[in-house]
Design a protein around this ligand. Structure first.
Ligand code: FES
Ligand SMILES: [Fe+2]
Length: 322
């Protein structure tokens, strides 16, 4: 396939997604790779097709002692540089191509082997210093193209349709839209309707969501959209991450961080309950977005225009003019 946004930095995983000494399969721009992390936190990445007879290395297993991966077909062993190992020792030059990774704290970035066109954004480390990492919500493939997926993150009118039952938003005026190249910032307010008792019982984290919420969104094209909401508990930061797996499939996951202010959250059982329900609510939002973009008919020139769509046109032009 023709790589999408060649030379863009892609955030492909958070360290917690890899586990320890387990193969993790990654598809980026039509190529499959296998990643693994050892106990010391070193991370390795090779193309997934075994250089012997092209078995998927991600179906193999990790040899802890050698920091190597074993092929599931004939049990050949490769180190993180892609060299064949014999009795634990590398034999000659690499035979499997390795994927260059850039590790930024717990975040795993890559240019997918292309010449970098943008530097790795500092948005996540800068905004999350001293915050609590809550976890990863909804690590899944969306069955549609990258442009449709990214556009919904810049679409300030879809809440009333796609998310009508979760947020119950009456109005969401945008106060600020600033853009500077690949970076953009939006401030908006959500005015919500009341939730019913049964909605709250199903999703207790709704109790922490006020009727009027000031949201700040920050974007670093093309991988990251930060949604920051001030809840009754403190600030909730959700980083919506996207990368192209193929022309018709896009990966998404959400990194969630909290800056809790209220002492009640020092009670570990209660905190775990609320944090779990925030992660579940986040996953539900992503499911709704995914279903919406997967169900679209092929794009045509719109015959109607809504307000605030200039934010969406901005991202569309960054994509088209890449
Ligand atoms: S296919 Fe991998 S060892 Fe043969
Ligand atoms: Fe959405």
């Amino acid at each position: 396939m023709n790589p999408i946004l060649k030379g863009a930095p892609w955030l492909v995983a958070h360290r917690s997604m890899l586990g320890i000494d387990k193969p993790y399969k990654l598809t980026l721009n039509g190529c499959d790779y296998v990643l693994w992390q050892n106990r010391n936190g070193d991370i390795f990445a090779l193309e997934n097709a075994c250089p012997h007879m092209q078995a998927p290395l991600s179906n193999g297993w990790i040899c802890q002692a050698n920091n190597s991966i074993m092929c599931p077909f004939h049990a050949l062993e490769f180190d993180g540089k892609g060299r064949l190992l014999k009795d634990g020792e590398p034999k000659g030059e690499p035979v499997a191509r390795n994927l260059e990774l850039i590790i930024q704290d717990d975040l795993i970035w890559t240019y997918g082997g292309f010449e970098p066109r943008l530097s790795i954004p500092e948005l996540i480390p800068e905004r999350t210093e001293r915050l609590r990492f809550l976890g990863v919500a909804c690590n899944k493939s969306i069955q549609t193209n990258f442009l449709s997926c990214i556009k919904i993150n810049y679409d300030f009118n879809h809440q009333n349709g796609v998310h009508r039952d979760v947020f119950k938003i009456r109005e969401n005026p945008v106060q600020t839209f600033d853009k500077d190249g690949y970076y953009a910032r939006v401030v908006q307010t959500f005015f919500r309707e009341d939730n019913t008792i049964s909605e709250i019982l199903q999703n207790p984290s709704l109790l922490s969501v006020p009727k009027e919420i000031q949201n700040e969104l920050e974007y670093t094209f093309p991988s990251t959209a930060l949604f920051k909401a001030e809840l009754a508990l403190g600030a909730l930061l959700q980083f919506f991450i996207l990368y192209p797996e193929t022309e018709h499939q896009t990966r998404t996951f959400v990194l969630c961080y909290g800056n809790w202010q209220i002492p009640l959250l020092k009670v570990p059982g209660l905190r775990a309950l609320i944090e779990r329900s925030l992660l579940e609510a986040t996953a539900k939002v992503v499911e709704q977005d995914s279903r919406a973009v997967e169900s679209l008919y092929p794009q045509q020139k719109p015959k109607i225009r809504l307000p605030k769509e200039e934010i969406m046109f901005y991202v569309e032009s960054l994509y088209n003019e890449w």
